[in-house]
Design a protein around this ligand. Structure first.
Ligand SMILES: Nc1ncnc2c1ncn2[C@@H]1O[C@H](COP(=O)(O)OP(=O)(O)O)[C@@H](O)[C@H]1O
Ligand SMILES: Cc1ncc(COP(=O)(O)O)c(N)n1
Length: 288
C-alpha cells in the first residue's frame, strides 16, 4: 500500500498524569479511554502502579519522581500538550516533581495549557492512593497551578475538614478550596447520597454554578471522577470555556454512569463506549 498523501490533521492532545489500575476501570485507563472517545490523542505520565480489581486496591508502588517528571517534559518538548489532567500522585515527592515540571513547560498557573487537578486520595473502596504526609504538598504546590480542581466529598473532608451534608456546605467548601489558588473549583456531589439531583458545584471565586444530573441507582461508578475530569480536559483542548467544558464533562459522565457495566464481583466501571456510537459521534462541547 502506498503512503497516503492526504493525511488527516493530527488530533488535539491531552496529557494524563496518573496511576494505573490493573482492573482497567479507573486512573490511566479511564483517562485514555475518555480522551480517545472524545477524539483527543492521549499522552501519559505514569505515577504509580496499583494492584487493583473491582473489590479494591491491595497495594501500589510509586514510579521514581524524576521519571514521572521526565515523562511530562519529554512529551511537552516533542509532541506538545493541549491540556493536562492529574489523578493519583501517590507521594509528596511525586507532587513536587509534577508541579516543577508543569511550571517549566507551561502547564497551569500563568502558562497557556489548561490544567485539571483531580486530588485523588483514595479509591472508592476506601483504599489509600496517597501517602498521608502528601496532602500539604497537594494544597501548597499543586492547587495554585490548577485551572480546575475537582475534589469529591471525601477529598473535601480531608482537605478542608468540612463534612458536606447539603448545598450550603458544598458552597462553603468551594470557597475555602478556591482560596488555595485554583482558578475554578468543582465540588462533585456524587457522594451526597441525599441529593437526588447529584449536583456538582462550580465556583470561580465569584459565582456558583450548579450542575445537576440524574442520580442513577447503581453501585457501578468506578472511574466516574477520572472520566468527568478527562472529558472536561478534552473539551478545554478543543477550545471550550470552563463553564462549557465542565457542562460537557458532566454530560459525558452521566451517560457513562448510565451505561456502566458489572465486571468482577465488586464495583464495575463507568463506560465511555456510548461516545463511540454513530449517533453520539457528533456531540461536541456546547452541543450536549
Ligand atoms: N449514581 C450516580 N448517578 C449519576 N451520576 C453520578 C453518580 N455517582 C456519581 N455521579 C457523577 O459522577 C461524577 C463523579 O462523581 P463523584 O462520585 O462525586 O466523584 P469520584 O468519582 O471522584 O468519587 C460527578 O459528576 C457525579 O455527579
Ligand atoms: C489508579 C487509580 N486512580 C484513581 C482511582 C480512583 O477512582 P475511583 O474513585 O473510581 O476508585 C483509582 N481507584 N485508581
Amino acid at each position: 500500500m502506498s503512503a497516503p498523501t492526504d493525511r488527516p490533521a493530527p488530533p488535539p492532545t491531552a496529557l494524563t498524569i496518573a496511576g494505573t489500575d490493573s482492573g482497567g476501570g479507573a486512573g490511566l485507563a479511564a483517562d485514555l479511554r475518555t480522551f480517545f472517545a472524545c477524539g483527543v490523542h492521549g499522552l501519559a505520565a505514569v505515577t504509580a502502579v496499583t494492584v487493583q480489581n473491582s473489590l479494591g486496591v491491595t497495594g501500589f508502588t510509586e514510579i521514581p519522581a524524576d521519571v514521572v517528571a521526565g515523562q511530562i517534559r519529554s512529551v511537552a518538548e516533542d509532541i506538545g500538550v493541549g491540556a493536562a489532567k492529574t489523578g493519583m500522585l501517590a507521594s509528596a515527592e511525586i507532587i513536587h516533581a509534577v508541579a516543577e515540571a508543569c511550571r517549566d513547560v507551561g502547564i497551569g498557573g500563568a502558562g497557556p495549557t489548561p490544567f485539571v487537578v483531580d486530588p485523588v486520595a483514595a479509591s472508592m473502596h476506601g483504599d489509600p492512593l496517597l501517602r498521608e504526609n502528601a496532602l500539604d504538598a497537594l494544597r501548597t504546590e499543586l492547587f495554585p497551578l490548577a485551572t480546575l480542581l475537582t475534589p469529591n466529598l471525601d477529598e473535601v473532608r480531608l482537605l478542608t475538614g468540612i463534612d458536606v451534608r447539603d448545598r450550603s456546605d458544598q458552597r462553603r467548601a468551594a470557597q475555602l478550596l478556591h482560596a488555595l489558588g485554583p482558578k475554578w473549583v468543582l465540588v462533585k456531589g456524587g457522594h451526597l447520597w441525599t441529593d437526588p439531583d447529584c449536583v456538582d458545584l462550580l465556583h470561580d471565586g465569584r459565582e456558583f454554578i450548579e450542575l445537576p444530573g440524574p442520580r442513577f441507582p447503581t453501585q457501578h461508578t468506578h472511574g466516574s471522577g477520572d472520566t468527568l475530569a478527562s472529558a472536561t480536559a478534552a473539551a478545554l483542548v478543543k477550545g471550550a470555556d470552563m463553564v462549557e467544558a465542565v457542562r460537557y464533562g458532566k454530560a459525558f459522565v452521566v451517560r457513562a454512569v448510565h451505561d456502566a457495566y458489572p465486571l468482577g464481583a465488586g464495583i464495575g466501571p463507568v463506560s465511555a463506549f456510548w461516545r463511540l456510537a454513530p449517533e453520539a459521534a457528533q456531540v461536541e462541547p456546547g452541543e450536549s
